[in-house]
Design a protein around this ligand. Structure first.
Ligand SMILES: [Zn+2]
Length: 442
């Protein structure tokens, strides 16, 4: 459905061109009647003709004061995007105005140019768009695409359905915003250019949310997405990062309904260093689920399981940096070890020194580290998101550092395993885990 203004103007343009158009289309659909003056010795060109005319598009919120009139295939379909997927309207007139062009999918005309206009009638179910859509250049009678002078459409982002999870922030999305960006653009861990972690090679990409940060070429908006490849050393992030809005083709930033990132301006702890909270997420559960005794190795009674309990009544700390950065929890071989916080598994593999080890990185970028495990629980692998109380393994005595004593060694330190190991900055886990060391056998 057209606005009255649009309809009148299209009738006017049709009237002006009607007589020449009919014969032209019959002779050669690729020629524009306005350029029939070309001589035989010069190549025949067909271009769209500009004129002053105002149109507003409720779909993009944009207005134009210049349009380009072109001959076109009468009845041509018009599409939601610059691709053949969704017909939203039809253009019945054989000559029509267009406001801009966009590059998209290749079409039968042998190029990827699509022209934007308001059609004459909406397709069923699409009346809300007021017939605005893209026409493939194959149906617009020009010898050059884009026709000289017609501007590129201000690019938009469009909503798409995509279920995606980010192990770095623990966030999931079911809707993303797709748009056009400069290919080969670095992605950054946070909303500044200090830590590049990967690249986005595609020129059409989806984004989940935005955050504000450092100003880059006049823009302080950053869009968050998963890139196409990682920078060496940042594999653990799976290429999730921020792109500065200057690399993104949008008419405004943040674009319309793109939501603010719930995790703020830092892309979480995964895969490397960067912004880390001053203190860890406090454990909500004790890491061992069963009778135990915490922080005591050096007396015979400690090794008497009949003295172990489900409470903290016999517990004390053996945190003693730099010699012992963590605490030891005596418990029977095979006692379940649980994640004490929600987070992402960042290490789940054996080492000769620590034995079977699992690192859970919390939303603050701190590692909660459990080692000497008898074995890992099923499904515990790098990148998996766990909730507090997820069983991650079982108490054992693996690794030379266990000295053959069955126990869990548990550490809490800032940063991540492997890529940016700040183990030596570990804090005493004792006050944190002792605070939740009640009824741990339930
Ligand atoms: Zn220890």
């Amino acid at each position: 459905m057209q606005t009255p203004a649009g309809k009148n103007l299209r009738v006017l343009s049709l009237g002006v061109l009607a007589s020449t158009l009919a014969s032209c289309v019959a002779d050669d659909a690729e020629l524009d009647p306005l350029d029939q003056v070309s001589t035989a010795s010069a190549p025949v060109t067909s271009t769209c003709t500009p004129r002053t005319e105002s149109h507003s598009d409720p779909n993009t919120g944009q207005s134009w004061t210049t349009v380009w009139t072109c001959g076109n295939q009468a009845g041509a379909a018009m599409y939601l995007g610059a691709n053949n997927s969704t017909v939203v309207s039809h253009m019945d007139s054989p000559s029509s105005w267009f406001v801009c062009y966009r590059r998209g999918e290749m079409h039968a005309g042998g190029n990827n140019v699509w022209y934007y206009s308001q059609g004459d009638r909406a397709a069923a179910g699409w009346s809300g768009r007021q017939a605005w859509g893209y026409m493939p250049a194959v149906n617009v009678f020009t010898t050059t695409d884009p026709s000289p002078g017609i501007p590129q459409c201000h690019p938009d982002m469009w909503q798409s359905k995509l279920s995606i999870s980010d192990p770095n922030t623990g966030k999931s999305w079911s809707t993303v915003w797709t748009g056009t960006n400069i290919g080969g653009t670095p992605l950054y861990k946070d909303t500044n250019t200090s830590t590049p972690i990967g690249y986005i090679d595609s020129t059409t990409s989806w984004f989940t949310c935005y955050a504000r940060g450092a100003t880059v070429s006049g823009f302080d908006v950053w869009y968050y997405t998963q890139g196409d490849r990682t920078i060496s050393g940042w594999e653990g992030r799976h290429a999730w990062g921020f792109m500065p809005a200057v690399k993104m083709a949008t008419r405004n930033d943040p674009y319309d309904s793109v939501p603010a990132c719930a995790f703020g301006s830092s892309g979480g702890g995964g895969g490397g260093g960067g912004t880390i909270c001053a203190s860890p997420t406090a454990p909500s559960l004790f890491p061992v689920r069963g009778v135990h005794k915490t922080g005591v190795f050096d007396d015979a009674a400690s090794n008497n399981p009949s003295l172990w309990s489900c409470e903290n009544n016999n517990s004390r700390s053996d945190f003693d940096p730099p010699d012992h950065i963590g605490i030891d929890i005596l418990a029977a071989e095979g006692t379940p070890v649980v994640a004490s916080v929600a987070g992402t598994i960042r290490q789940a593999e054996p080492s000769s020194y620590s034995g079977n080890q699992v690192a859970v990185v919390d939303a603050c970028g701190w590692t909660h580290y459990s080692i000497h495990l008898q074995r890992l629980a099923t499904g515990i692998t790098t990148g998996v998101h766990v909730n507090a109380n997820t069983i991650i393994g079982y108490v054992g005595h693996t690794g030379t550092a266990s000295n053959g004593v069955t126990h869990l060694h548990h550490s809490i330190y800032p940063g991540l395993p492997a890529n940016n190991d700040r183990y030596d900055e570990g804090i005493s886990p004792y006050p944190l885990v002792a605070a939740v060391e009640h009824n741990v056998c339930d």
